[in-house]
Design a protein around this ligand. Structure first.
Ligand code: NAP
Length: 320
């Protein structure tokens, strides 16, 4: 059964589910909040539980617990806190050494839990650069960046566990609180353009929706790899232009990437080193997931509405 929520469309699992979300960051906390509203109970980890007062509040009256997990400082959840867990999602990225923090510290505990399903959030960076060409789950992994090579090694380590794993490959994640609006308002945005360069993205609620959709499929129908991306790869300048249009503010002057690159941070530069279009045909056509936000247009409008922002004194012709 599909449930239409205020922020996402998710499937209501038929079997009883008690979910363990490892890493209550941006996506993990959103997933727990949506699951709680669906009546799913669970446990969510943070590195410092005592500094997360808002996390418990965002879970509302749902039957959710916070546990500490910090692979760097020996903070581990006890087995009793994880009693009854049936399904697991790991949102935790590789550590500084490139190892998976969960597998380093919790592999035995996960084996003991014998979960019915485990979702691992990875990145579409593992496909590497395709010069703008399309990739799907059958495409070879040719990670060009060191962090993507580490990620691929973590994917392989997860695959070697023998757990009932699905890997979800994600592009840039956006949504309420993570979008271009803040920088536009503060005058910090840069409008970079490089002919032919596109970026893929996904709204955080579609990650949560896709996870819950796949979790509720029969085990035999769950593919081992699933791309979770929207329908609209496009230039960064196009998305920024639409965000400025929604705010009614002026865009900064366009800067050709070739001249702006000297002033970009190494991290920002790394995003521009790769150009690919990632297909969601498996998720949306074969598995039947319906994107709540098929493009940045619906997604940014919803994010702005959720942030409670009002358009500020729109100037005619200020942005497109
Ligand atoms: N952001 C993107 O655009 C993007 C794109 C593609 C893929 N991804 C990947 O998708 C996943 C979810 O992304 P996100 O943006 O939601 O992540 P996020 O907000 O950065 O959350 C990451 C979570 O991992 C926890 N964590 C990090 N290191 C840890 C460690 N050593 N031990 C225990 N916990 C640790 C953090 O704990 P605290 O709660 O204590 O901070 C946090 O809850 C990540 O693996 C990310 O790399 C992200």
């Amino acid at each position: 059964m599909d449930l239409e929520l205020t922020s996402t469309t998710v499937r209501n699992p038929v079997e009883p589910v008690k979910l363990l979300v490892l890493g209550g960051g941006y996506t993990g906390s959103r997933l727990a909040a949506i699951a709680a509203r669906l009546g799913i109970s669970g446990v969510i980890s943070h590195r410092q539980v005592d500094t997360q007062p808002s996390a418990q509040a965002s879970l509302g009256a749902g039957d959710w617990q916070l546990v500490g997990f910090d692979s760097d400082n020996g903070v581990l959840p006890g087995a009793e806190a994880l009693e009854g867990i049936t399904h697991v999602v790991s949102t935790i990225p590789p550590d500084r050494r490139g190892d998976d923090p969960v597998l380093t510290k919790l592999a035995g505990l996960l084996q003991d839990l014998q979960p019915r399903w485990l979702g691992y959030l990875s990145t579409t960076g593992v496909y590497g650069d395709t010069g703008g060409g399309w990739v799907d789950e059958g495409s070879p992994c040719k990670p060009g960046l060191e962090r993507s090579r580490a990620r691929r090694r973590c994917e392989q380590a997860w695959q070697a566990t023998g757990l009932p794993l699905q890997i979800f490959r994600l592009p840039a994640i956006y949504g309420p609180g993570r979008n271009p609006f803040g920088d536009l308002r503060a005058g910090r945005s840069r409008l970079l353009h490089r002919p032919g360069q596109v970026f893929c993205r996904v709204h955080v609620d579609d990650i949560c929706g896709a996870l819950l959709h796949c979790l509720s499929l029969p085990a035999a129908q769950r593919p081992p790899l699933v791309n979770v991306v929207d329908d609209a790869p496009c230039p960064a300048s196009e998305q920024l232009g639409y965000a400025a249009h929604l705010l009614g503010c002026k865009l900064p002057p366009v800067q050709p990437f070739a001249t702006a690159r000297a002033n970009l941070s190494p991290m920002a530069l790394s995003f521009w080193q790769e150009n690919r279009r990632v297909s969601n045909a498996l998720l949306c056509q074969q598995l039947g997931y319906r994107l709540r936000y098929p493009s940045y247009r619906e997604g940014l409008r919803a994010a702005l509405a959720e942030e409670g922002a009002q358009p500020e004194g729109r100037e005619a012709g200020s942005a497109t």
